[in-house]
Design a protein around this ligand. Structure first.
Ligand code: LMR
Length: 394
């Protein structure tokens, strides 16, 4: 049996991490995987997370299974954080999942079950795991234009022209905020236009929201998702707590399915429970419990929000410093887009050869499509990156 296996394609984000670790240079710079790092290069455990874990260890008196959908206190709290009061809770089915990837996988399985002929439309480009899972599940997919290589902003005209081809029942995957890998995001007016268009076409929005709080703030980053949820008869959402709670390895996520009416909730929620049971039975609980404790305790929540806000402002400051440095060194404003982008990533628009040159010459590791993790930078490395970008001829 095992002799029939073939080597699987390497994930380019994870492969880059391996190459970085193998590089002996002391001054190498890691701008690869989307993990937040502070100025000293550490990924700290957030204060509120530490405190919640301390309380959990002291107070938890059982590790018996939770429900198949996770603890309702968790799914309610996270649903409210993402959707606010955009849509009545009795239309929203939620299931806890292992991280955001687990949520994406469950949402796709639900689409496959409910609408096997549907095409899933992805932004070009998108997070590589999106097409990878869709392909693995044997589903049909298509791309819509998203990134404008010239301005490094959103090619909105191209996006709408491509979305004109969607059919009723198709699913359109959108990044709720902090687009990965580009950093270029829709304005609220554009969200409204996309939402109206999908409704007119009878297509279903599917939002991946993995960086809420990293862009313009916890509330502002959910605005597009909320607008669409208030407007769409049906919608799917995959959410992750990995980044905004800094609990990457705890695998804490949630899938939401918004039904046109409350009467459909029993079957929808039952389907999510069934899918959880088939794939991994009960979802992980530790991270979910920590998130619940933070979101339901005013003091812990305030402290978490303050730390998250500091992280967000720190990344904005790094963006500004990098854009300023490039303005100086290039004698032009052509890199100002870096300060306009939001979230953890920016796509620089360098060619694969230029990316390779920066890796070889300067030990700078960014994804081959020239995505950089802004949080991988600090005051010392910003001038190094800026000069490398100029030297590479970007
Ligand atoms: C990323 O895009 O780097 C993150 O979402 C981490 C991952 O798993 O790819």
């Amino acid at each position: 049996m095992l002799e029939n296996l073939k080597p699987q394609p390497a994930d380019k984000i994870l492969a880059l991490g391996q190459a970085y670790r193998a590089d002996p240079r002391a001054d190498k710079i890691d701008l690869g995987i989307g993990v937040y790092k502070d100025a000293s290069g550490k990924t700290p455990v957030m204060r509120a997370v530490k405190e919640a874990e301390r309380r959990l260890v002291a107070e938890q008196d059982s590790k018996a299974y939770t429900g198949l959908l996770g603890d309702p206190a968790y799914t309610d709290a996270l649903r409210d954080m993402i959707l606010g009061d955009a849509v009545p809770g009795d239309r929203v089915s939620c299931a806890a999942t292992p991280g955001g990837t687990g949520a994406i996988r469950q949402a796709l399985e639900l689409i496959k079950m409910a609408s096997p002929g549907a095409t899933v439309w992805l932004s070009a480009p998108t997070w590589p795991n999106h097409p990878s899972i869709i392909k693995y599940l044997g589903m049909s997919m298509a791309e819509y234009r998203y990134f404008d290589a010239a301005t490094r902003g959103v090619d909105f005209a191209g996006m709408m022209a491509d979305l004109d081809q969607i059919k009723s029942g198709d699913v359109v995957l959108l990044h709720g905020c902090c687009h990965n890998p580009t950093g270029a995001n829709l304005t609220l007016e554009q969200w409204q236009a996309v939402s109206d268009h999908l409704n007119a076409k009878g297509a279903v929005p599917f939002i991946d929201i993995a960086y809420q709080g990293f862009g313009d703030g916890l509330e502002a980053d959910a605005a597009g998702t909320r607008l669409m949820a208030a407007n769409a008869p049906q919608m799917l959402i995959a959410a992750s707590c990995s980044k905004n709670f800094g609990i990457y390895r705890e695998r804490t996520g949630m899938v939401m399915a918004i039904a046109p009416e409350a009467g459909m909730k029993t079957v929808t929620q039952g389907t999510l429970a069934y899918l959880n049971r088939q794939n991994y039975s009960f979802p992980p609980d530790h991270g979910a419990r920590v998130v619940t404790m933070i979101l339901t305790d005013p003091e812990l929540k305030a402290d978490w929000m303050a730390e998250l806000e500091a992280v967000r402002l720190g990344m904005l400051e790094l963006r500004k410093q990098l854009a300023d440095e490039l303005r100086k060194r290039s004698n032009s404003d052509r890199f100002d887009f870096i300060a306009d982008h939001r979230g953890m990533f920016s796509r620089l628009g360098a060619t694969p050869e230029q990316v390779e040159k920066m890796r070889v010459d300067n030990g700078i590791y960014m994804i081959g499509d020239s995505r950089i993790n802004i949080a991988g930078l600090n005051a010392k490395t910003i001038p190094v990156l800026a000069q490398a970008i100029i030297d590479a001829g970007v």
